[in-house]
Write a protein that binds this ligand. Structure first.
Ligand code: TMP
Length: 215
């Protein structure tokens, strides 16, 4: 199982409170309405083992893990998720929509925690080989606006939401840098717009980049 089957792999990325989960749901509904077999999943998590690793990552003190340890944990969770969930679905011809993927490790651990690009790229070479998303949608939002949304939603109990503003500014810039480096894979969408407008921009990107007509 390598994920090189007929399915397409679309990832949604962005900082806290950018609306990824909502947009994953809306995109899944739109694709399903076109007759596409869709699987939605998330990282860290998406398989039983990866969900266990998730618990280690999102709870506890902000400084619980060093940057490299944290990147290793996210990468271990990702490998399990790929082997157990993502690649089998793609090989069966399904489309997989994933709430966060490898770009989150680059943005959060590489840029946010200051680990740098090289160690994260090395981990990705080992864990992913040449596997990459067919399309990555990066939802871009001002840091304060995103954190206000997440705090209103669930009181900011997540470890990452409690990290300081400078951390969140660095990871936002990290996502933008990733998009500049890989423009053929990534599209940046302004997440400050209303949900419907963001949804329309995502559908437009899917139609143009992957060549499917989504009404
Ligand atoms: P979620 O709140 O979007 O479900 O993600 C949980 C947190 O994990 C989120 O704050 C971002 C963080 N994260 C990383 O730091 N590195 C990663 O590789 C991934 C996938 C998520």
């Amino acid at each position: 199982m390598t994920g090189t089957g007929r399915g397409r792999f679309i990832t949604l990325e962005g900082g806290e409170g950018a609306g990824k989960s909502t947009q994953v749901r809306l995109l899944a509904d739109a694709l399903a309405a076109c007759g596409v077999a869709v699987v939605t999943t998330r990282e860290p998590g998406g398989s039983p083992g990866a969900e266990e690793i998730r618990r280690l990552l999102v709870s506890g003190d902000t400084g619980r893990w060093g940057g490299l340890t944290e990147a290793l944990l996210h990468t271990a969770a990702r490998r399990d998720h790929l082997e157990r969930t993502v690649w089998p679905a793609l090989d069966a011809g399904r489309w997989v929509l994933c709430d966060r993927f490898a770009d989150s490790t680059m943005a959060y651990q590489g840029y946010g925690l200051g680990l740098g690009r090289e160690p994260v790229e090395a981990l990705q070479r080992v864990a992913l080989g040449g596997f990459r998303p067919d399309l990555t949608v990066i939802l871009d939002l001002a840091v304060e606006q995103g954190l206000t949304r997440t705090h209103a939603r669930r009181g900011g109990e997540d470890r990452y939401e409690r990290m300081d503003l400078a951390f969140h500014e660095r990871l936002r810039e990290g996502f933008r840098d990733i998009a500049r480096r890989e423009p053929e894979r990534c599209v940046v969408i302004d997440a400050a717009h209303p949900v419907e407008a963001v949804q329309a921009a995502i559908l437009d990107a899917v139609t143009r980049r992957l060549g499917v007509g989504v009404p």
